[in-house]
Design a binder for this molecule. Sequence first.
Ligand code: N01
Length: 544
Amino acid sequence: MTDVRSSRVGSEELTATYDVVIVGAGFAGMYMLHKVRQLGLSARVYDAAKGVGGTWYWNRYPGARCDVMSLDYSYSFDPELEQEWEWTEKYATQPEILSYANHVADRYDLRPDIQFDTRIERSSFDEEAGRWTVRTSAGDVVSAQHIVMAVGTLSTPKLPEIDGIDSYEGETYQTQRWPHDGVDLSGKRVAVIGTGSSGIQAIPNIAAQAATTTVFQRTPNYSMPAGNRPLDAEEVAERKAGYPAYRQAARESFFGVPIAGEPKMALDVTEEERNAAYQAGWDAGSLVGLVGAFGDILFSKEANDTAAEFVRTKIRSIVDDPQVAEDLCPDDYPVGTKRPCLDTDYFATFNKDNVRLVNVRRTPIVCITPTGLDTTEERFEFDAIVYATGFDALTGSLVSVDVEGRGGATLKEAWADGPTTYLGLAAAGFPNFHLVTGPQSPSVLSNMMVSIEQHVEWIADAIEYLRDNGYETMEATPEAVNAWVEHSTELGNQTLYPLADSWYMGANVPGKPRVFLPYIGGVGPYREKCDEVAAAGYEGFKLV
Ligand code: N01
């Protein structure tokens, strides 16, 4: 047991005691620290990286940029920050977002309470003391009343299960762990495996340098042109002048980005009207441009087919070689049910003489060799292989920490059949264990900044409520968790998402339970539900 006064836990000496331990120094962890400090509480943030920024610290591949507009993908909690910071492009580059993260860390003097280069290895709940004991890779053993898991949703990189992967003797790169000093691929024969958002952003940039670029594609993607451009001073001034109302509209919206007007249904309008709306969505260069064009696209396969065919027609019009165009056309899952992508010249890149597409559905990769890779039909030699093969999303980074809750039960065991949370904020059996943008919350189906701010503020309010009302712990009840999981699953099943083998469904990780991981009830309605729970004295939580 932890005796805070004697600074010991069992036989181990405590190195420190905090009110709150925060795991992760990305946008969630940094804001959480800021909020906790405002409550006058002590906190320590741990992050395995050597700097702040979370996903934007690690994902430095060429072409990495946000695909939510920079004027939306930014904190709203401080009017001075949002007025003073100057975004330069419609979609900010990774370096610009990282410099924003560093600016935030400096502006609120966050660094003294952040310990970099340190992983949380084990956290266990001491029932008698009602506190967590947290052990880090740096040898810290700290006691905390609360743990906030601000670990991000896409933070545990995933390599493909291909035989011989370790035998390769050339240069190997992963988009999710790109070298910080950059990579010079000029004159090299480069393979890229993976055509999700990361691959689709990286491939045109790699192809601009490399002697040859060979893209190994398993599943083609519905990608639209980002239409990136410098921001002009007038639009920035206008947005900044209207920020309070705009941010509020984002909080109340479905995806965390305001969409004007009530959407019509695709099947209620004429083909001309439909295609005009899709064209407008395509031209807008926005993730919600196409999927948000009509209210039934994510719910009706027939409606979805009209949007999917629109994208396929575009791909065929861009790509010169008809067979390559067909291979690039997604046709076995509805548009929007795998994360859509925004690109800059992705499809046109396949018109270059030195770029080749290999459809590994037709000719699967057999193995990686010391000098390249073999498909069922061909032997390839490369100077470098780039893996753009994604993440163990939403749960990977939560269960990789050895978290022991009440009775020594681990989160990994508790979630063996899929995550079970209350509101994506808490899990039964894990008191004072708070999740930021956890599974079964809108998280990855939203503008992450809006969802991060909502969760951080909700958690900070809850911690304050406990303190001010003489409670030590809060814990989601099994009944509340079951009801929320049932509700979240039911909503997911009303959509087309389960039709795709996506990371939303956990389908990209062998052995991971196939469940719909995020919450599709919409950012605004979800926020209302969370606020109601808090207003009712944290209904669904047991407060002790
Ligand atoms: O990862 P992914 P990502 N052989 O999982 C393929 C966010 N993000 O890093 O679809 C061959 O989407 C796999 O094929 P398949 C965004 O939310 C945002 O690109 O499983 N291929 C797929 O093509 C995004 O959704 C931004 O058949 C294999 C690819 O690897 C999420 O991060 C930028 C394979 C993985 O795609 C993840 O994106 C980047 C194999 N054995 C990322 N194994 C922006 O904001 C896997 N693949 C812009």
